[in-house]
Design a protein around this ligand. Structure first.
Ligand code: SF4
Length: 231
């Protein structure tokens, strides 16, 4: 195992909330660094959805109607990660289908078309940090993000996109393990594992009428992501 691989494994376990890992020292005094795989071998979106099942692993199960796993192209080169389902998503079991979702669709379709990139929303993959709707659309709690985040990480590892677009501060926190806000993070490339991450505003923030500047900035961020992936 290379130091780089080992670093990747340890970062993954840290993200899952595992603070300590013990090394097994065999009698020969050779130190073993064999760790369990980051994700089940041959992991697929279908397998991850099966593992989620009728999930009761965190408190968000109590009031949800439907688990919102994710949707889009399973071979997508670009993945959008939002915060969690809202009322429309909870009712339909699909991500970004309410007003914010319609705006996201417009942003993807219109920006790609203006930039001469032949993709539409159905060509990308969209999912959230938590798969069940937080009551009153509150921000997910750190423990909810930590527990459900393991499924997001498995989705991203199974998809292996060329880039990820983090929508809003919850997605940025989950992927980049940072306390910085979107204003500071947006517009620049970051990394989750070795995958480039562009942070931008959540579409529901852009729906507020006084956020015209943020809208322009979000369009710029999206342009950067589209060109990195599809040029
Ligand atoms: S939010 Fe995630 S971990 Fe919590 S109950 Fe729903 S699927 Fe399970």
């Amino acid at each position: 195992m290379t130091p780089e691989q080992l670093r990747g494994y340890l970062a993954f376990y840290r993200d899952l909330g595992v603070a300590e890992i013990y090394r097994h020292q065999p009698p020969s005094n050779e130190i073993m660094t064999e760790l369990p795989p980051l994700a089940p071998t041959g992991d697929t979106l279908a397998k991850i959805r099966e593992d989620i099942g009728d999930c009761r692993r965190c408190g968000l199960c109590a009031q949800r109607n439907k688990i919102v796993f994710g949707s889009g192209n399973e071979h997508a080169r670009l993945v959008f990660v939002g915060e969690g389902p809202g009322a429309d998503e909870d009712a339909q079991g699909l991500p970004f289908v309410g007003r914010a979702g319609q705006l996201l669709t417009q942003m993807i379709d219109n920006t790609a078309s203006k930039e001469g990139i032949p993709i539409r929303r159905e060509d990308v993959y969209i999912c959230n940090v938590v798969k069940c709707r937080p009551p009153e659309n509150r921000t997910p709690l750190p423990e909810e993000m930590e527990i459900c985040g393991q499924f997001l990480f498995r989705q991203l590892m199974a998809l292996q996109p060329k880039a990820i677009c983090a929508l809003g501060s919850t997605a940025a926190k989950a992927l980049l393990n940072t306390k910085d806000g979107v204003t500071r993070l947006r517009g620049h490339w970051h990394k989750w594992r070795d995958i480039p991450v562009m942070v931008t505003y959540h579409p529901s923030y852009l729906l507020r009428p006084y956020n015209q500047n943020a809208k322009r900035e979000a369009w710029d961020d999206l342009k950067k992501a589209l060109h990195l992936v599809y040029d």
